[in-house]
Design a binder for this molecule. Sequence first.
Ligand code: ZN
Length: 214
Amino acid sequence: MRIAKEQLILYHADHQAAGETESFSTGSVSRGSASTGTAVCEQLATMLTELGFIGKPLPQFGSHLYQTGEAFFDHLVYLGCSPVVHFAGDAEADEPPPTCVAIDAGTKLVYGSNTVAPRCGHCKNALHGWTESLHAAEHEPAVVCSHCMTPAALSSLNWRKRAALGSSFVKVHGVFPHEAVPGETLLTRLQALTGDAWRYSYVQQPVVIALDEI
Ligand SMILES: [Zn+2]
């Protein structure tokens, strides 16, 4: 399928929460399995449908991919005066609409062509080549600074809204960097579902690293 080259990614990082367990309100899910990921996606889909943020599913283009909903613009605030939003959803089309919403779960880092190398927290040099030094450290993925050789956990780095490190994701395809921001109601509802705050980033030409697999 055609993957949108630019995305606004809302994400929840479960390492923000104390402890290792997923904090979804049902209390019945634990992280790390495919069924858990499906349950998380279903909960998010139900909530986002209630909000009118997402509309019909587009299963022919991927699981948990949706048309924009009738209240999409209530929850995503475009900052320009005339955004180009193609959200017409033709169910018979060969490609998904350029503006659509994907839901995803599982511990992942999504970065892109616009991602700038984060800085080492120790010597402050840019961590150029961080993708090559990415490895599984004792408790979580880390990179090693090529200047001072200090390892840094991925979650400790400041990606400056240009990458998303999380375990649950709502990806709005077709949004250019800083073209739009999520509304308060959307952020509040996402937080209510997971127990802690969601963040958002803008990624172009996204590359996904499944952190459970490194
Ligand atoms: Zn360093």
